[in-house]
Design a binder for this molecule. Structure first.
Ligand code: CA
Length: 220
């Protein structure tokens, strides 16, 4: 297990306790964690295993059949969502990197979910804008360039059905959202995004302090 707690606001001891009291990653997930760790520092972009387990459960709980992911990296979150879908379910994955997504593909195969995943290598805004199926999706996950979060939500608000769920990653941004000395472009974008969706009447909004912060937007 990674020694770097991704639920950063917990002590390492509490984080380990939390990991010890949930369903652990199976062999395929563990393999993908290791393959991603081998890439070096960039591996911090992988979602936490406890978040993956939550996302699989959410996918199952809302009975999602069609899902969209914006930002796939090495495919751990896609694996989590795809596993929660029924056999005839579909997950559209948007990413700009062939290199990173290729790391994940063999693990999607091993998990038996490769045929549920439709990987589209292109700027996500182009991919989303080209999907002409309003209210056709049950679930979405955003974990890509932070300065475009608001734009992704606009597209997804059109694509996700009423009662569907949009999940947004990294909304606590390592705690920088409340650090007055922090004014990087990404931090400013996440702060503005968080304020915007909290006031957006199209959604019921819950921010969960798991990993680096995960916002639930339930489409009204
Ligand atoms: Ca992330």
């Amino acid at each position: 297990m990674s020694s770097q707690p991704k639920s950063f606001q917990l002590s390492p001891e509490l984080h380990n306790y939390l990991l010890d009291h949930g369903t652990p990653p199976d062999e395929v997930q563990q393999g993908l964690i290791e393959a991603t760790a081998a890439l070096g520092g960039i591996s911090v972009m992988q979602i936490a295993p406890e978040q993956g387990a939550l996302m699989t459960m959410l996918t199952q709980l809302i009975g999602a059949k069609r899902a969209i992911e914006v930002g796939t990296f090495t495919g751990y979150s896609a694996l989590a969502i795809a596993r929660g879908l029924p056999e005839d379910g579909q997950l559209i994955c948007c990413d700009v990197s062939d290199e990173w997504t290729k790391v994940g593909e063999p693990f999607w195969e091993k998990a038996g979910v490769r045929d549920r995943i439709d990987l589209r290598i292109a700027p996500a805004l182009e991919t989303l804008a080209a999907i002409d199926e309003a209210d056709a999706f049950d679930l979405a996950f955003i974990d890509a360039d932070k300065t475009n979060y608001a734009n992704y939500v606009e597209e997804l608000a059109r694509l996700v059905r009423p009662g569907g769920l949009i999940l947004v990653d990294n909304v606590l941004w390592g705690g920088n959202v409340i650090d007055r000395n922090e004014s990087s472009e990404d931090t400013l974008a996440i702060r503005a995004f968080n304020a915007k969706v909290a006031a957006d009447e199209r959604f019921d909004t819950v921010m969960l302090p798991i990993a680096d912060g995960l916002t639930f937007l339930r489409v009204r």
